[in-house]
Design a protein around this ligand. Structure first.
Ligand code: GAR
Length: 268
């Protein structure tokens, strides 16, 4: 076994994925240890799970910060926040890159993300996992974590087979659409919504008569296996992001970053 990687986690809720990752670390299935767990909402049950293992926790109350953004006193923005740059970089809002609404969003998020960065600072980490973290991270935060563009280190788990059904209700969207399979995806995050390079996916069948609740149960149980598997590959240095140019039928060139999984024994 190699050196253990240090893993930080951000959550918003119950933290069953967090639990699966902690369990995999404890069992030695991931060469890693959880060094902090942060939440955007006070009282998230995942924080209690972490505390049981003596893992440091913190909360940055996004709702309170967003509320402050709507008051005359306004927000305390970080000194190094460049709103023009963040607006140009982000691809969360593609049709309105730099409207007042986008600026308000980016400002409240930068205030919250500065809080996250400050709370994370005492705990150096190799990998940050989003485990049911229900907030979009903006370029302000992402650039301060991903300091090497060739080595992204923020992973997310999403409850759908991306690129289908990004957003907040992956299983619900899959179910309502009448899909015959559903799934979950682990990916590195980029500046868009659930759009970063895919690391792993698992698929389940949706049978006639399945309820949304049954679909969620099937999906979550696959998430608990998929997330640790992907983290294990990261810990073993087996994930490499490569950018490939593709010439499309219309003659235009598209560049896409994808994750290559290296064979055992070949480090990046
Ligand atoms: C999981 O289904 C995860 O895929 C989803 O939230 C749930 C969290 O459950 N994440 C997202 O929708 C992110 N956009 P958990 O708190 O029990 O791990």
């Amino acid at each position: 076994m190699g050196k253990k990687i240090r893993i930080g986690a951000l959550i918003s809720g119950g933290g069953t994925n967090l639990q699966a990752i902690i369990d995999a670390c404890e069992a030695g299935e991931i060469d890693g240890e959880m060094v902090f767990v942060g939440s955007d909402s006070p009282g998230a049950y995942g924080l209690e799970r972490a505390e049981k293992y003596g893992i440091p926790t913190f909360t940055v109350d996004y709702k309170a910060i967003i509320r402050a953004g709507g008051t005359p006193e306004g927000l305390t923005l970080p000194d190094d926040f460049d709103i023009g740059k963040a607006a140009a970089q982000q691809s969360l809002f593609t049709s309105e890159k730099d409207s007042a609404r986008v600026r308000a969003f980016l400002s409240t998020r930068a205030a919250a993300e500065a809080g996250l960065l400050e709370a994370m600072a005492p705990y150096p980490f190799d990998l940050l996992v989003l485990a049911g973290f229900m907030r979009n991270l903006t370029p302000y935060f992402i650039d301060r974590v991903n300091t090497d563009p060739d080595r992204p280190r923020i992973m997310n788990i999403h409850p759908a087979l991306l690129p289908a059904f990004p957003g907040v209700d992956g299983y619900g969207d899959t179910f309502r659409y009448g899909c015959k399979v559903g799934g979950c995806t682990v990916h590195f995050i980029d500046y868009g919504e659930d759009s970063g390079p895919i690391i792993g996916q698992k698929v389940f069948a949706i049978e006639e008569g399945d309820t949304l609740e049954q679909v969620k149960v099937k999906g979550l149980s696959l998430e608990w296996a998929l997330y640790p598997e992907c983290i294990r590959l990261f810990a073993r240095n087996r994930l490499k992001v490569v950018r490939t140019a593709h010439v499309l039928e219309n003659g235009k060139t598209m560049v896409r970053a994808v994750v290559k999984i290296l064979p055992k024994g070949v480090a990046v």
